[in-house]
Design a protein around this ligand. Sequence first.
Ligand code: PEP
Ligand code: MN
Length: 344
Amino acid sequence: MVIVMAKNAPAEAVERVINDIKALGFTPHISEGEERTLIGAIGPAPTEELREQLAGLVAVDTVVRITKPYKLASREFRHDDSFVIIGGSGGANAVKTGNGRFVVAAGPCGVESRGQLLDAAAIVQRHGAAILRGGAYKPRTSPYAFQGLQEQGLAILEEARANTGMPVVTEVTAPELVEKVAASADMLQIGARNSQNFALLAEVGKTGKPVLFKRGMSTSIAEFLQAAEYVLSQGNPNVILCERGIRTFETSTRFTLDVSAVPVLKELTHLPVWVDPSHAAGRRPLVASLALASAAAGADGLIVEVHPRPEEAKSDAAQQLDDAEFGALMDRLGKVVQALGKSL
Ligand code: PEP
Ligand code: MN
């Protein structure tokens, strides 16, 4: 259930509710809205009597039962959109997403060398990306394919952040790597192949770091939101959901971008919603159209693969944009975003 405090409720009243629900065996999750504090109470199914008792406490407005299987992710818990702040320490400039600004993260699929990543960082920054992406740990379908530079890749990402001031996002592939990756990155990416790796999700939940959570290629929206709940229920509210294409019978694209996931997620959850057009498209000429469609559908941001020399890429070579292609996309994106009353 969610306890909606009265507008501008005093801190002592909020404290009292938190202590009371803890004593009743619930775990409190606090969400600060524009005017009100919301207290999610996760625990045993609440009785009508209990809800009435809590509703009667000082400065409590209403007590609402959350009917969805996902609780903290649901719009029933928080009606207003939530936002996530990425970066702001280690020389990075903080970037806010979910608040009307359209955010683009861009960079290569994988960190391949110092030169490659620094070149990519310069390109994406010049064209207006706010966040730098680059995989240090790559979850590859084949064990014989390039697995990423791993620790060395993290060090290169840190250097690129120090040079550019852009926060960095990189994938974490296993629970035992979370601490190490969280010490370097400003945002942790959970890849599609780990979308239901609940141990990994709980571990990134414990870090409190922003999480860019990709939808699994065969994950329904309800499963996706329940998986996000593994992060949220650890007390980490900083989750961004990312649609990246699902598996269908269609083979002309790498995956089928589920554009409807954007408005559907916006209906069901307050969390920011991003789209990855690169992995859905799988081919360079399609990326821009999917990116523009995602922005028009109401996404809060994009993560796009950009490589200084895509033909030399060690992973996902066919889908990474070069300097000119990314520049052209950002120009067109600026116009779409402006038409929607948002800024880049
Ligand atoms: C990636 O971002 O490079 C990646 C592997 O994405 P996904 O997990 O969506 O396939
Ligand atoms: Mn990739």
